[in-house]
Design a protein around this ligand. Structure first.
Ligand code: IMP
Length: 234
C-alpha cells in the first residue's frame, strides 16, 4: 500500500465527530483516498469537492487539484467520444503524479442538433468564448432547426489512473430539456438552459446538493466511490 491510497487502519484523514468510533479507543474502519483532479474548470472542481465532502459512509475521498496542472502541456481532447477523452486525460496526467489522478470529460448532447455540442461542449462557440456565448449559440442553433424536440442529456465520463495505468472508466447521464431562455444563477456552463423535469428547475436553479444528487457528474462520482470501496487496490 503506497502514497495516497491508505489502508483501512489509516485514519489520519478522519476528523473528530465524523467517525462514530472516535474517542472510544476503537479502530476506525473508514477508508481514506486522496485523488488528484486534472481539470482547470473551477465549476467541476467545486462540484468534485462538494461530492467528496458529502459522503457520510465508509470512504473519505480527499480531492486536490493536480499540482502544477496549469503549467503542463495540455492533453489534446480531440477524440470523438467522452470516454476516450476522459481516459486519455487521466492516463496522461497520471504520468506527472505520485497519487491516483481523476479526470472527467463531460458535455451536453442535444438530439435535435445531431448530438452537438457533445464532446465539443467546452469549445462550442470558439476557444475563448464565455458560458453565455456558448448558451446563446446553442439557443440560436436550436431555434434555427425549427424542430420542437427540446430533449437534452448531460453526459459525464470519469476515469481514474495511476502511473499511466487505467483503473476504471465510469459514466452517467442526466436527462432534461432545453429551455428557450436561461433561468437561474447557480452552477456553470449550460446549467441555466438545462431544465430537469422531476424537480421543475434548471440545474442553475438548484442548490449545490440538489444538482449533485441528480447530475451526470454526481451519479458518475458515486459510481467512482463504489468502485473505490470494492477495489482490491485499497
Ligand atoms: P470538458 O469536460 O472540460 O471538455 O468540458 C465540458 C464542458 O461541458 C464544460 O465546459 C461545460 O460547458 C459543459 N458541461 C459539462 N458539465 C456541465 C455541467 O454540469 N453543467 C453545465 N455545463 C456542463
Amino acid at each position: 500500500m503506497t502514497g495516497g491510497v491508505n489502508s483501512r487502519m489509516d485514519h489520519a484523514n478522519i476528523k473528530e465527530g465524523q467517525n462514530p468510533l472516535a474517542g472510544r479507543g476503537l479502530v476506525d474502519s473508514r477508508i481514506s483516498v486522496r485523488l488528484l483532479v486534472a481539470s482547470s474548470n473551477p465549476g467541476k472542481l467545486r462540484e468534485f469537492r462538494a461530492l467528496s465532502a458529502s459522503d457520510p459512509n465508509d470512504l473519505a475521498i480527499n480531492i486536490d487539484l493536480l499540482s502544477g496542472f496549469d503549467q503542463l502541456a495540455p492533453f489534446d481532447e480531440s477524440a470523438p467520444t467522452f470516454a476516450e477523452n476522459a481516459a486519455g486525460k487521466a492516463l496522461y496526467y497520471s504520468g506527472f503524479a505520485q497519487e491516483p489522478v481523476v479526470a472527467d470529460d463531460s458535455g451536453l448532447v442535444v438530439p435535435a442538433l445531431d448530438g452537438a455540442p457533445g464532446v465539443h461542449s467546452a469549445r462550442y462557440a470558439g476557444p475563448h468564448a464565455s458560458d453565455a456565448e456558448r448558451v446563446g449559440k446553442l439557443l440560436r442553433e436550436l431555434r434555427a432547426t425549427g424542430n420542437g424536440d427540446r430533449r437534452a442529456r448531460f453526459v459525464c465520463v470519469i476515469a481514474l489512473a495511476r502511473y499511466g495505468q487505467a483503473w476504471c472508466v465510469l459514466s452517467a447521464v442526466a436527462e432534461g430539456e432545453i429551455l428557450d431562455e436561461p433561468r437561474g444563477a447557480g452552477g456553470f456552463g449550460y446549467d441555466p438552459i438545462f431544465y430537469f423535469p422531476p424537480l421543475k428547475k434548471t440545474f442553475a436553479e438548484m442548490s449545490g446538493e440538489e444538482k449533485n444528487l441528480h447530475s451526470h457528474r454526481g451519479k458518475a462520482f458515486r459510481k467512482l466511490r463504489d468502485f473505490l470501496l470494492s477495489s482490491p487496490r485499497l
